[in-house]
Design a protein around this ligand. Structure first.
Ligand code: PGA
Length: 252
């Protein structure tokens, strides 16, 4: 079964308005030949509308948000709802990124509600998870990932899973320059597919897109993307540099 090839850029709390416009304009030109790769960028909230307007006529090039509220609407100062994201033509949303889990104490219960809100508003979710360094050192990485996936995804049906991508992001690799080896990535991605098969079915597991994230860059992307169960990357730092991001896109 052939799955999509996907490269997603998580800009985090970086860029200003003119830098984000510049980055998007350059990407539009330099990624023209890669229309077969699904490209997604995740700019900060204030730049989403500008980004989606600019990409409106592009092929296979989408805008996503880095987070959404678990609530529908109301007195939640500072929050942004999934409905608002849909209104500015966002097609994707990240849920469960380790920075949200660790710095903002997001719990599995909140992640479930966020995914429900995203789905009600036609957003494809990239559900992120991954073990911390301590857990890997203590050989608890499989157990940790299994629990992170099961606690959240057991609340969804196979049909609902069709609009969820997964992103395995070992916390020890995020922003550290230390990447999982292709062997480590493949081993975990194959394991993730096994968990999905157990929770749903083999067919669902074969179909679901699983991205790798954590210091994926222009140098190591080709090796990581050549792994059988790695369907692409969720890129942080390297997504802020046009040439690096384009090189990653060209790595399949
Ligand atoms: P990184 O970030 O590529 O800078 O390690 C990845 C992520 O946090 O999604």
């Amino acid at each position: 079964m052939s799955r999509k090839k996907i490269v997603a850029g998580n800009w985090k709390m970086n860029t200003d308005l003119s830098q984000s416009i510049d980055l998007i304009n350059q990407l539009k030109i330099k990624t023209k030949q890669f229309s077969h790769i699904e490209k997604i960028i995740f700019p900060p909230f204030p730049f989403l509308k500008t980004a989606s307007d600019s990409l409106a006529n592009e092929t296979n090039f989408f805008v996503g948000a880095q987070n959404c509220s678990q609530h529908i609407k109301g007195a939640f100062t500072g929050e942004v709802s999934a409905e608002m994201l849909n209104a500015v033509a966002c097609k994707f949303v990240l849920v469960g990124h380790s920075e949200r889990r660790n710095f903002f104490n997001e719990t599995d219960e909140q992640l479930i509600l966020k995914i429900q809100q995203a789905q009600k508003n036609k957003l494809t979710v990239i559900f992120c998870f991954g073990e911390k360094l301590e857990e890997r050192k203590n050989n608890k990485h499989f157990e940790t990932v299994k629990q992170q996936i099961e606690m959240v995804l057991k609340n969804f049906s196979a049909t609902e899973l069709a609009t969820i991508y997964l992103a395995y992001e070992p916390v020890w690799a995020i922003g550290t320059g230390e990447t999982a080896t292709p062997q480590q990535a493949q081993e975990m991605h194959a394991y993730i597919r096994k968990i999905i098969a157990q929770l749903f079915s083999n067919a669902v597991a074969e179909k679901i897109n699983i991205l790798y994230g954590g210091s994926c860059n222009a140098q190591n992307a080709a090796e990581l993307f050549s792994c059988a169960d790695v369907d692409g990357g969720l890129i942080g730092g390297a997504s802020l540099k046009t040439d690096d991001f384009c090189k990653i896109i060209s790595s399949f």
